[in-house]
Design a binder for this molecule. Structure first.
Ligand code: PCA
Length: 214
């Protein structure tokens, strides 16, 4: 089994992106699956093309894209991507789409096709916090998650895909308000590793209680 794992480059004034920093730290194999690592640009028009180039080059069975969600306290596995680009800040190329559809002929939303509840459970069972998120935002991460799911449905039906958001790394908290949450890169990397391991091992996901009341 081959798994393509991508991480974004730094954006929004940060000098690192914990997503790619943690992806770089992943082992070459997880539970016997080959891990292929790729950095992609935080640019609406380029990020998905970079993922597709990776798909064509490496022919993976699974694609996991990883991005930074500053302000979240732990790793979150995204359930849904929506057909909307609405950028609060310009991306790394100065692009700032406002209230635009990502794909005029795409579905309103797509769900991740990896077993997200099994991933959450497996990370938690290793003593690290992890939960499902029901919004990947409306910026470049949602754009990548949406377009990868659109693309796999239309062109690469055998590929399963999912998106993971990670919190700020501890080093990024310097100069931010004292209440800003973050995790060490080691913890972020381990969380990612267990999430991926759950997919490879086919961890059972029946009967796991998740969800939110607000
Ligand atoms: N996080 C941003 C884009 C790149 C990244 O790492 C997001 O959540 O949209």
């Amino acid at each position: 089994m081959k798994i393509l794992v991508t991480g974004f480059d730094p954006f929004g004034g940060e000098t690192v992106n914990p997503a790619y920093e943690a992806v770089k730290m992943l082992p070459e194999q997880i539970a016997g699956a080959e891990i292929i690592k790729l950095e992609i640009p935080t640019v609406f028009s380029k990020s998905c093309l970079a993922v597709e180039e990776g798909i064509q080059k490496y022919n993976p069975d699974i694609v996991i894209n990883v991005g930074q969600a500053g302000g979240r306290s732990h790793m979150t596995i995204e359930q849904v991507a929506i057909n909307l680009a609405d950028a609060r800040i310009p991306d790394n190329a100065g692009e700032q789409p406002l209230n635009e559809a990502l794909q005029p002929d795409g579905d309103t939303a797509y769900f991740a096709t990896v077993p997200i509840r099994a991933m959450v459970k497996h990370v938690q069972e290793h003593g690290l916090p992890c939960s499902i998120s029901y919004t990947a935002g409306t910026y470049v991460c949602n754009c990548v998650m949406y377009n990868v799911l659109y693309m796999t449905q239309k062109k690469y039906p055998n590929i399963k895909a999912g998106f993971i958001h990670v919190p700020f790394a501890t080093s990024q908290l310097i100069g931010k308000p004292a209440t800003t949450p973050g995790m060490s890169l080691d913890e972020i990397e381990k969380s990612l590793e267990y999430a991926i391991e759950a997919v490879v091992l086919g961890v059972e996901e029946e009967g796991i209680v998740t969800g939110q009341t607000h």
